[in-house]
Write a protein that binds this ligand. Structure first.
Ligand SMILES: [Zn+2]
Length: 335
């Protein structure tokens, strides 16, 4: 198909970031933005803000919403696909059962498709990234929270109610820190960007890690502060990152034994830390999974990096756009 035939938009709504890409029909990225974002402001404020950003992106490329054939949207929570809603998402307070897809469709007057962000990450890496032609692929998004997209036998596995892949709430330590879901010691409290930042703050409050203290701005320690202290040789910061990687590795080893994937792709903001984080993940998966399940397993960092989810949203938007084009063309052919 002629790439110039149309345009689609992919939107990645993160807990603390928003990424939007505009592509042609060959998924060539024409323009993109990534900005800080706060999903906890609730659906109405957030969706208005996203609308402003989508318009701004289109204006910069000389387009309007009328030029867009479909928009794919990813959110960091369990999605009920038929309804276009999320259900009880721990890191999206106020969003449960809000009609996200309908609301955006009315606002934009364009077809909209809503999916879970990690599932879109799996789809993005499968279509355009490191996982091309892989039939059994796990995509793990490690950012503010942690989620997984499960591509099993060439299809995204959603589960009975759309909540499959909520690996962030697998229990690692039942006496561990309190999680946003109400349980204790979930993976998200022990390996996410939020968990790494919190451990950094605790360390400085206890009088350790002078480098980290020096790095921090107004005592507000972020995951980037911990990462850069670790990269500069701060032993305590390195230990935080290593421990987080090990905890993620334990959860993934369990998943490897359960699903027997060909490939694990690790994406999300925390992977910017690099091998300091990824090496203990790889090592722990190797140590803790069965040889039969892990013998041909490859473990990769996401090639699309921050774009994995938004490009997955583009995959969905393109399939919606093509489906509609075929529907429009077929009656004409029958005449
Ligand atoms: Zn939890």
């Amino acid at each position: 198909m002629n790439p110039e035939r149309g345009r689609v938009v992919g939107v990645d709504i993160g807990a603390t970031h928003l990424a939007i890409v505009l592509t042609d029909f060959s998924a060539q990225v024409l323009h993109e933005i990534e900005i800080p974002f706060d999903v906890s402001k609730g659906p109405k404020i957030c969706l208005e803000e996203i609308t402003v950003q989508v318009h701004a992106l289109l204006v910069e490329t000389g387009q309007t919403l009328e030029d867009i054939q479909a928009i794919g949207v990813g959110v960091p929570g369990p999605v009920v696909i038929e309804k276009g809603t999320v259900i009880a998402p721990p890191i999206m307070p106020g969003w449960s059962n809000f009609p996200i897809r309908e609301y955006l469709r009315d606002l934009w007057d364009t077809p909209v498709i809503l999916n879970n962000d990690a599932e879109l990450g799996a789809l993005g890496e499968w279509a355009y990234g490191v996982g091309r032609r892989v039939r059994h692929l796990l995509y793990i998004k490690v950012g503010y929270g942690i989620g997984a997209g499960l591509l099993i036998d060439g299809k995204i596995y959603h589960g009975a109610t759309g909540a499959a892949g909520e690996i962030g709430h697998i229990t690692i330590d039942s006496d561990g820190p309190l999680c946003s879901c109400g349980n204790r010691g979930c993976l998200e409290t022990m390996a996410s960007g939020r968990a790494i930042a919190k451990r950094g703050r605790d360390l400085v409050a206890a009088g350790y890690s002078m480098r980290l203290k020096k790095n921090s701005f107004n005592g507000k320690i972020t995951v980037q502060d911990v990462a850069s202290a670790a990269q500069r040789g701060d032993i305590e910061a390195q230990e935080i990152v290593r421990e987080a990687g090990k905890n993620l590795g334990i959860a993934l080893a369990n998943l490897v034994n359960l699903i027997n994937p060909q490939m694990i792709v690790i994406g999300g903001g925390v992977t910017r830390v690099g091998d300091l984080f990824l090496e203990p993940v790889r090592q722990t998966i190797k140590e803790c999974s069965l040889e039969a399940a892990a013998q041909d397993l490859s473990i990769n960092a996401a090639v699309l990096q921050q774009r994995a989810t938004s490009m997955g949203a583009v995959v969905q938007a393109l399939s919606l756009a093509f489906y509609r084009l075929i529907e429009e063309t077929e009656p004409a052919l029958e005449k």
